[in-house]
Every structure is written in C-alpha cells, then in structure tokens.
Design a protein around this ligand. Structure first.
Ligand code: G6P
Length: 590
C-alpha cells in the first residue's frame, strides 16, 4: 500500500526519473500522487488526487538531482490534494513520502502542535517531517534527528526524506518494504524493484530497524536504535524488464491470465532436494498451519484438500489476520506455511512473527524473490511466475497451487507422479487459452453483464475455488458475487435464487462430481441460469465452459475460465480491471 521512490545522483532530471519510476508502483495504490524536487536549494512539491499513470514525466524535467515521489492508498485522511504526499515541515526544509501507518500519530501530533507546528493534512505521515524538524533543533545533525524521531514511532513505516541543507536522500524502514538500487554515482530507493529496474539490477535490501543515507555516490546503512553503521551485501537481481510490461495486451490482468500458458511449468520446476526437505519438515512437524490473505488464502484452503486427498495429512488454514489468535497451539515443533505473491503482506508478516516468537519454523511459498517474507522464512519455495502487476491475482494463485500440490505429492512420496500430473495440466492450459475459448467466455460475460448477483458453488478443492471465483468477480467487475460449498446451499443461500440468477458450478471428474451436479439441479429447479465449468457437458447446464480433466489439479484449471470471465465482465461494464477501486496489490498495513 502506497509506493515511494527517490533518486539522488549525477543526472539533472531527478523529477522525470522519479515520475517515470513511480508509475510502475501504481499497483500499490492510486488514490493520489505527488513529487518533491529540490531546485536551486528549495523544495518544490506538486501533487494531486487521481492516478500518476496519466502524469507526463516530461513536465518534471527542470534541473534537479534529487527528488522523491509517492503514489497513495489512503489510510489516514480522505482522498484529497492536502492529504496527498509529499508533506513538508513548517520551515519548508524537510519533505517526506511514507508507506505504512504510524499508530501513535495522534499523541505525537498533539505534542508537535503544542510546540508550535502547523499541520496542513489529516495524515499520520505529516508528523514525520515536523518531528524531524523539531528534533533537529537539539541533534548534532539530520541523521541523528531522523534516528531519534524513528525511535518514537509505533506501527510500520518506510519513508524517504529530502532536505534543503544537504544533497542527501535519507530512508528508514520498520515494517514496510524499501530496496536500494545502486547505479554509478546515483542511488535509487523504492518500495519495489520495478521503480528502478531500467537503471540498475544491483540492489541492497533494507531490513526492519535500519536507515540509509546517500548522496548518490556514497551510500551508508545504519541501525536506527544504536546508530551503528552496518555492511550490506550487493545483490544482483534477475527480474526481466519485459516480463513487467503489458506487451501486446491491453491490460496486465489479461497478460497475466495468458502467462499461465507457461507459469505452471515454471512453478513445478523446483529443486527436488529442497521439496523433499520441506516434505520431511511437514512430516516431522507437530501441527502444520497454513496462513495467507485474500486470494493466497484461498490457495491455502485448496491446499488443505491437496494435503488431505494426496497425502492424507491434516493441515490447518487460518487467514493471516486471524492467525495470531492461534498462538496457544504453537510449539517449537510447529510449522507455519505462508503463501504470498508480494512477500510483503503485513498480516502475513505478523503471523510469521507470532510463529517465530514460539520458535516454530516458517516455510514461505512466494513469488517475489528477495521480499521480506522470502528473507525472513526458514525455507522458501519461489513460484517463479514473473512480476504480477494487476491487483487481481491470477498467475500467482495458480503457480502457488501448483507448488502446494507438488509438496503434497512429495509428502506422499510420489514427487514424480505429482510433477507429471502438473506438467500435463500445464500443457492442457496452454491448449485451453486459445482465441476461440476467450471469445466463448467473453460471450458468457456479455450475457450476464447486467446482472447484479452471481453465485458460485463447488465441493472439495472446488469449494475454495468458488470463494476465489467470487473474489475475482467482485474485485474487478463490482458485481456482487458469492461462493458456497455446494452442500451448504440448502441451509440458507438458496433463498437468494430467483428466475434467471446466474450460478456457476465448478466441477471435476472426481468423487464429488455427482454431489455438485445434484446441488446444481437444486439451483436449476429454483430458476437459476446455470454456467457449468466442467470437463464434460451436462443437460443441467445452460452454458458450458469446458475445462480439461486435470485430476488432482482440477482446482488450477477450473479457476482460469473464471479469471477470464471476471476480466471480460469488468471490460464490458466499463471498469479498469488492473486498478479496481479501493484496492491495492501489496497490502503493507494491518
Ligand atoms: C491483496 C491483493 C490480492 C492478494 C492479497 C494477498 O488483497 O489484491 O490479490 O491475494 O493482497 O497478497 P499477497 O501478496 O500476500 O499474495
């Protein structure tokens, strides 16, 4: 949530550089944008509500060698120009952009007001620049004032400041991601690598409780509490710039759906020894917990079924925001498996913290290499799906399911069989996503685009996929959608069905097929318009979306046409599927 990006170096178009770069962090929030540049010793701020996407970088080309930029997902204070970052101290000497929430901001704000500072926004962020200015009065230098200020904060922050006295960019982090990009005589600091990927692939990861001071040439890292200087390793990243672009596609969501032609095979390409080590850790653990948020949470729910059906192993999913309540059940022999695309989700990090406080081990299944979750876990399995930019998760979700299914097979000592099932699935998905198929699903979206409600049912691993289908439809098309376990229908939800209500049934060729068909018939008897997603057609379906028979990987193939349906529903209803209202891709606040 919120993207921040700063530049300092030998180039003279810092404004243009940060505007270009921050556009690639728009997935982190797009309520408002802002830029602060130092020009001839003064800080100039431009900001506004709306998306940075439409802002022309060329209008920021004046001479400046240091600048910071922000794209906002509003937490404290509404979506207004005043609340947009950057914020600036009363003396106009220190400007800040911030990602996170300073939880004790009310108390600090009162304290600063009493000392004569004037606030111009409702944000928690604004206290950062005022407080640094206040502490500067009694500190030996600006870095010390920043350190003392940080020590007062409760909550999470990643922030960048510029000041009029030195040509230095200063950053500090606790809880929100920050990565330094090292160029030649220039330094970039951002919430995520795509912001500076076109300039450098050499990075330093900043950890919690650390700060950075850089003038572009020289970059120094310190512990916030002790002030001790620390050494950082340069890491070369392997991200492919082209993969982070839309290419021939109109939207990232469509591109990422189509990427699934090869991301399943990429996810399956795991180191055998590593998978086996993890399978052994699960076997030996006294209780394995799964935890994640949103779509990744639905992946975990599907994985409960993978582990049960394939490996006869009971594992227990809890949404990450609820996981801390379970701390009573954690012992040093417990294992927590977390699943995350971004590797930065605050609730997941919190769940890991709780597990670690009980000395339990953590396995992470993530997409973003080098992310905080990747670095803090005891074991990591990367899904290698490439950057996912659309807010609605598609290829990351199916890649995560592929890895979890593979682990379940390894746990059952059938790793080769698992790999074969998944590679066969990958090739069937490649065939499935052809232009005729897309047209067929787009036609179904056309038929239901005016509907206000859609219901989805499934059983076994198709039940979490029904829940995930509802998320996909809700978040991009704003149609009210709900998923149910088919067997639960008659205990309430069936009262919602009227003549013509679109209902989607997710079916596989497995032991649950007949039950789900019976539930579908119950819906049809109440007048529902049935869209069947299944390997075989059935007379109860009004419309049929054919999917391959993928055995234990059916959840992976069944969700893909729903992603396509959600995409076309968004387009036909005139919505932007890549940047749905009120949402952000990387949720770094609790
Ligand atoms: C947000 C995204 C979802 C994602 C969830 C968890 O809500 O919009 O697509 O599933 O966060 O994010 P993570 O990065 O941990 O998978």
């Amino acid at each position: 949530m919120c993207g921040i990006f700063g530049y300092v170096g030998n180039r003279k178009d810092a404004g243009r550089i940060v505007v270009r770069g921050i556009k690639s962090l728009e997935y982190r929030g797009y309520d408002s944008w802002g830029v602060a540049r130092m020009i001839d010793g003064d800080i100039f701020i431009e900001k506004n509500v709306g998306k940075i996407g439409g802002v022309n970088p060329e209008s920021f080309s004046e001479l400046s060698s240091i600048a910071i930029a922000h794209t906002r997902w509003a937490t404290h204070g509404g979506v207004t120009k005043e609340n947009a970052h950057p914020h600036i101290s009363c003396d106009k000497k220190i400007s800040v952009v911030h990602n996170g929430i300073i939880e004790n901001y009310q108390e600090l704000r009162e304290e600063l007001k009493n000392k004569g500072h004037t606030f111009t926004s409702e944000t928690d962020t604004e206290i950062i620049c005022h407080m640094i200015a206040e502490n500067l009065k009694t500190s030996k230098d600006l870095p010390e004032a920043v350190r003392i200020t940080c020590q007062r904060f409760e909550g999470r922050y990643g922030f960048l400041i510029i000041n009029t006295e030195t040509n230095e960019l200063i950053a500090a982090r606790t809880g929100s991601p920050l990565i330094v990009g090292r160029g030649e005589d220039e330094t970039f600091i951002a919430s995520d690598i795509p912001a500076f990927m076109e300039h450098t692939k050499t990075v330093n990861y900043i950890d919690d409780g650390e700060m950075v001071i850089t003038d572009g040439k020289e970059t120094r890292f310190y512990e916030i509490n002790s002030g001790k200087e620390i050494d950082k390793r340069n890491v070369e990243i392997t991200l492919d710039i082209e993969e982070a672009k839309k290419g021939e596609y109109e939207h990232f969501m469509l591109k990422e759906i189509m990427d699934q032609k090869d991301t399943i095979a990429r996810a399956v390409n795991q180191d055998e020894e590593q998978i086996q080590t993890i399978a052994n850790a699960i076997r030996d653990a006294q209780g394995t917990f799964l935890s994640a948020c949103g779509t990744a949470g639905k992946v975990c729910m599907a994985s409960e079924y993978f582990f049960s059906v394939v490996a006869e192993k009971h594992v227990n999913f809890t949404p990450a925001s609820e996981f801390p309540i379970y701390h009573h059940f954690l012992v040093p022999e417990s294992l927590l498996i977390v699943v995350s695309q971004s590797g930065e989700t605050a609730d997941v990090l919190e769940a890991m913290k709780v597990a670690k406080s009980k000395r339990a081990k953590v396995l992470a299944v993530v997409n973003s290499e080098g992310s905080t979750i990747d670095r803090e876990a005891d074991y990591t399995l990367l899904i290698n799906a490439g950057p996912e930019r659309a807010v609605a998760s598609t290829k990351a979700a199916t890649g995560q399911m592929a890895v979890m299914l593979l682990v379940a097979y390894a746990l059952a000592d059938k790793l080769n069989e698992g790999r074969a099932v998944l590679l066969e699935t990958a090739s069937m998905i490649n065939d499935m996503l052809n232009p005729r198929y897309m047209e067929h699903v787009s036609g179904i979206a056309e038929n239901i685009k005016e509907e206000e409600n859609v219901y989805i049912i499934g059983k076994s691993w198709n039940y979490p996929m029904a829940l995930e289908s509802a998320i996909k439809i809700q978040e991009v098309s704003y149609v009210h959608a709900e998923g149910f376990a088919g067997g639960e229908l008659k205990h309430g939800p069936i009262a919602l069905i009227q003549k013509g209500t679109p209902c989607i049934a997710l079916i596989g060729n497995d032991e649950t097929k007949m039950d789900t068909l019976s539930n579908t018939i119950e819906l049809k008897a109440r007048g529902a318009h049935i869209i069947g997603v299944a390997p075989e057609n059935n007379e109860v379906f009004d419309e049929w979306i054919k999917v391959p028979d993928a055995e234990t990987a059916q959840a992976i193939v069944n969700i893909i046409p729903i992603q396509v349906l959600a995409y076309y529903l968004a387009i036909k209803r005139g919505k932007d599927p890549d940047m749905p209202r009120n949402l952000a891709k990387s949720v770094t606040v609790k």
